[in-house]
Design a protein around this ligand. Sequence first.
Ligand code: BGC
Length: 330
Amino acid sequence: MLRTNKILYIILFALFITFSCFAIYNAVKAMHYSNNISSGNVIDKPQLHLVLISQEYDNPYWRLVQQGAREAAQQKGVELEYLGPARADVKEHIKILEMAIASKVDGIITQGLEETEFTPIINEAARLGIPIITVDSDAPRSKRVAYVGTDNYAAGYMAGRELVTQSGGRAEVAIITGSFTASNQKDRVKGLKDAVKNYPGIHILDVAESNISRIQSAASAYNLEQQYPEIDTFVGTSALDGLGIAQMLKEMGSGTLRKTIRIIAFDDLPETLTLINQRVIESTIVQQPFIMGRESVNLMLDYLKGEKIVTVLNTDAKVIHREDLTGTGD
Ligand code: BGC
């Protein structure tokens, strides 16, 4: 009996100590809260959560966009989540977009890849109050709040002008494009065709797709080579296309043995620059993926603060050659 009483006292004492600690903790917390409110501080403000969805998760071009976005997010103290399909795939991309919308993130940065597929979902996000900024490729008729990226028609036109200069107006050309349906790729091909349309000596023999994959670009280039032995120029309109074309030519020995084939590429991934230095790729149209990522986050944060923002932020594109890398051309 005595022993039972003792145990009971111990339990009661332990409970008393626990409740006292809890009460003291809450009292201190309440004091802290009221002090912050009276001094005008906002406490426990949740961190803004932005999502960047890329066309392909591990694509080196998109890793640069991610780096730029991450830098801006870190500087401004917001959370940036990076997502994307393992392989470029519009259905997967849209699923990820739907998930981000369903989890009510504060803002989404993604491509406006295909107008018909992307516009309704972007508009749905807008209806639910989640702003979307398109990056790299636009959906101008959607309710996105802004576009950050290259003027893709102008960049394609630049590639076409480059082709005219290099070929002196005579070329048998095949184009490898990232996708037949992606708006940025369609605009580049259109720009390129428009730039050469007044040159009767330049023939665009065919256009094939790479699905932004280097291997598929090599396979498409191989098929085109077989079909049109007269090809003397390849143009690749997405970041890995030029690399795939170069790989195919190397494997076939065409670049050195049979004939010289000119390659005009897109973007300045390190391997592309190496191939320019080795004179395998003639020139490339350089975009600014890092800046696209950084500025889309900055714009999104301005928008979320209620500031008026530009609706189109064109990031520069320019052509570079071997001379631009070495400074001398040697
Ligand atoms: C394009 C991107 C594409 C990437 C693929 C870039 O040139 O702007 O849309 O995803 O190439 O590697």
